[in-house]
Ligand binder design. Structure first.
Ligand code: C2E
Ligand code: CA
Ligand code: CA
Length: 703
């Protein structure tokens, strides 16, 4: 059923009002007001329902003209047509009514048929106009709508066969994120801003419209489309600056040659060009040409094949070994995906990862890779190989997944893998994009025991600033950065400073893309911890990497490959309590052959361990900076336990700590600075040896 239109009758004379209502109520819903003031109140309540107003002039409280003046000031109300009811048909009255903004007038006394007619025709006129408007113009920006733009574009091309034209399309990078972050209103303002610049810039040299959301398209005389790209960039810079919100536009360009192609398709091509640079931080302009065309076709083929490929196991994890630079020993590996396609053969990730990052498939592929990595870790554990960490890549798209932390935790739990063995490489540019999100995600991951590496460090601009805000475990220096540093004389490079900066921040440093002995040697001398690159080994199938593990295992131990059972490690049990996973790891690496190592990251965990292991502990190494006075609590517990009377405690403090002062608050046998190194090692060994010589040495230090 069609709803009746609503008419507001404003008339002080009750008899007149009743009469009008009688005439109208057969076709309309009628609201009545006795004067202008009352009418305003009704508008306030149900203004948007009212299709037309019938207005008397002379009324008490507020007369008709005052009322008219008032509603003309309101953007919404001023659109409602008003018919003024004049006294008699003096021309003067009529002119006054129109001058105050009335749409029409009817003279008193009322003639029902005339009134009904006037009303009907005004309403229908208004509706057609509104519809045409809606069809032609985009409401938000006032630019042409898509349909109307296309029509106009066809006309323009037809009428100007000798003018050369270009189609330029733009859209906002990550517009959805902009809306989510700053609110829909801010998003609308941005679009209006963009429309305004388009008007100003293109002006009479073409036509322009908004297709949908953040997509604007224009058809411009060739040469005018991008007078100067610098102008566009400057426009954008000013926009971002004035709002202090970054919004960058991507531009797609299609130069019209063949006019037999439908205009719609021309626009599609400009948009495809713009989309082809989506996600590329420093690319703003793309021209649609044959090269792009074949690239798009190739991408389409990849997109069509990806689902099946995942299902059929065509994605394979390769491992590239990573080495300790000071002794050249194997330290772990990075998992790098390869696509082995039945027809296309082995494809490097550079061909498909950027595409998957754009179409979202990367999150599924990454999860698959993480799971494969954990499967391998599990397998090595079962086979009794020495344990090495595997690092996996976490794409920036993964960071935006609300369930990222849960997913990772689930995977390590499923395979019974220590999260500290699964290193997560997060690319530096993800930080630039959304610092607060990264900070909170990384915090959560680290609190669960994952080791977080900043990948491609040194490739962006935010590097140093980022270090002060984001707690990390490892810096992975970007390959290009390393290579450009290596081409400079040693004293000119900044690599050394970065490594020195990393040390007090408890960050390990990995150099990527080490290709020559010279590079390796220089990195080692600078103090870089680990190296990865073709100099050592290329990424290899996991079975090849396992051969390396086997070698390691054989080298390391004449003893069988099985991990020693907890009770029978030569020197007994070492309890390591440190909130920092990397510190724990360094100690584990130094002692895992001599001691059974119990690792805890909190005082709480340590107290539980002490309760169950008691007198079996040979020594305790603990971090002086455990949160909430945790160190003192653990020390007290050890000191109060008679079975631990001869168990030495060594406290580790960040370098620069005033040890003299610390020794007054913490009752320990010795102190050392972090990170764990040879010196700490000697210090602990010495303590244990000394205690062993004491005549009343108990069973705490065994054998
Ligand atoms: P990346 O994370 O920076 O990985 C290092 C890349 O450098 C690898 O390329 C590796 O093969 C290559 N590389 C290692 N050593 C050397 C060297 O000495 N010289 C040279 N020239 N290159 C070296 P790859 O395997 O082609 O991977 C390229 C990129 O693809 C990776 O860069 C990473 O961003 C991405 N990627 C690879 N696998 C995955 C994955 O499973 N998930 C995600 N999200 N990204 C991945
Ligand atoms: Ca990486
Ligand atoms: Ca990298």
């Amino acid at each position: 059923m069609i709803q009746n239109k609503t008419i507001l009758v404003v008339e002080d004379n009750a008899i007149n009002r009743e009469m009008l209502t009688d005439i109208l109520s057969s076709q309309y819903t009628v609201l009545e007001a006795e004067n202008g003031q009352e009418a305003l109140e009704i508008l306030e309540q149900s203004g948007e329902e009212i299709a037309i107003i019938l207005l008397d002039v002379i009324m008490p409280v507020m007369d008709g003209y005052t009322f008219l003046d008032r509603i003309k000031q309101d953007a919404e109300w001023s659109l409602i047509p008003v018919i003024v009811m004049t006294q008699g048909s003096s021309e003067n009255d009529e002119v006054t009514a129109l001058a105050h903004g009335a749409t029409d007038f009817v003279p008193k006394p009322y003639r029902p048929q005339v009134i009904l007619h006037r009303i009907a025709s005004i309403i229908s006129l208004r509706e057609t106009a509104a519809m045409a408007n809606q069809f032609m113009f985009d409401r938000l920006t006032g630019l042409y709508s898509k349909e109307y733009f296309l029509r106009k574009a066809r006309e323009l091309l037809r009428e100007n066969p000798d003018t050369e034209y270009t189609i330029v399309c733009s859209n906002v990078e990550n517009f959805k994120l902009y809306n989510d972050t700053f609110g829909v209103q801010a998003g609308d303002l941005l679009l209006q801003d963009i429309a305004a610049s388009l008007r100003k810039r293109v002006g009479k040299h073409g036509i322009y419209g908004r297709f949908n959301a953040d997509r604007f398209v224009s058809l411009q005389e060739r040469g005018w489309e991008l007078v100067d790209r610098a102008v566009l960039m400057e426009e954008e810079r000013q926009r971002s600056q004035s709002k202090s919100r970054n919004a960058s536009l991507k531009w797609g360009i299609y130069e019209i040659q063949d006019r037999s192609i439908p205009v719609e398709q021309m626009c599609d091509r400009a948009m495809l060009a713009a989309d082809s640079i989506k996600g590329f931080y420093n690319r703003r302009f793309a021209v649609y040409d044959d090269k792009l065309r074949s690239k798009l076709l190739r991408e389409q083929a990849i997109t069509d094949a990806m689902e099946d490929a995942l299902e059929q196991g065509q994605f394979v994890v390769y491992l590239q070994p990573k080495y300790c630079l000071d002794d050249g020993s194997l330290a772990g590996a990075e998992a790098l995906v390869r696509w082995i396609h039945p027809q296309w053969g082995l494809m490097p990730p550079g061909e498909f990862i950027p595409l998957f990052e754009n179409n979202g498939f990367i999150t599924r592929l990454d999860r698959y890779v993480w799971e494969q990595a954990c499967k391998l870790l599990r397998r090595w554990k079962t086979m009794g190989y020495p344990l090495f960490e595997v690092s996996v890549n976490v794409s920036r798209a993964d960071i935006y997944q609300a369930d990222l932390v849960d997913v990772l935790q689930e995977i390590v739990q499923k395979y019974g893998v220590d999260p500290a063995l699964l290193h997560l490489e997060i690319t530096e540019s993800a930080y630039t994009e959304n610092p607060s999100q990264i900070i909170s995600t990384v915090d959560q991951l680290r609190s669960l025991g994952f080791i977080v590496e900043m990948d491609d460090f040194g490739s962006g601009y935010s590097s140093l600033n980022m270090l002060s805000q984001l707690k990390l475990d490892v810096l992975k220096l970007d390959m290009k950065f390393i290579q450009s540093e290596m081409s400079k004389p040693p004293e000119r490079g900044i690599l050394r400073f970065i490594v020195e900066l990393a040390r007090p921040m408890d960050l390990a440093v990995v150099a990527e893309g080490v290709e020559t002995w010279e590079q390796m040697d220089r990195l080692r001398k600078i103090g870089c911890d680990y190296g990865q690159g073709y100099y050592f080994a290329k990424p290899m199938p996991s079975s090849d990497f396992e051969n390396l593990l086997k070698e390691q295992a054989e080298k390391a131990a004449q003893t069988p490959v099985q991990a020693p059972a907890e009770e029978d490690t030569a020197l007994g049990v070492l309890l390591v309590v440190d909130e920092n996973a990397r510190s724990r790891k360094l100690i584990r690496q130094a002692y895992s052959e001599q001691y059974t190592i119990l690792e805890e990251e909190s005082a709480e965990g340590a107290l539980a361990r002490i309760a169950s292991w008691g007198g079996k502990l040979s020594a305790v190494v603990l971090s002086a900076t455990l949160p909430e006075g945790g160190a003192a609590a653990v020390i007290r517990r050890v000191r109060e336990d008679p079975s631990l009377a001869d168990t030495p405690i060594l406290a580790m403090a960040p370098s620069g700590t005033d040890l003299g002062q610390l020794s007054q608050t913490l009752d320990v046998d010795d102190f050392a600075f972090k990170p764990w190194d040879q010196l700490c090692n000697q210090c602990l060994q010495g303590r244990i040896a000394w205690l062993k010589q004491q005549p009343d040495a108990g069973s705490g230090v065994t054998r």
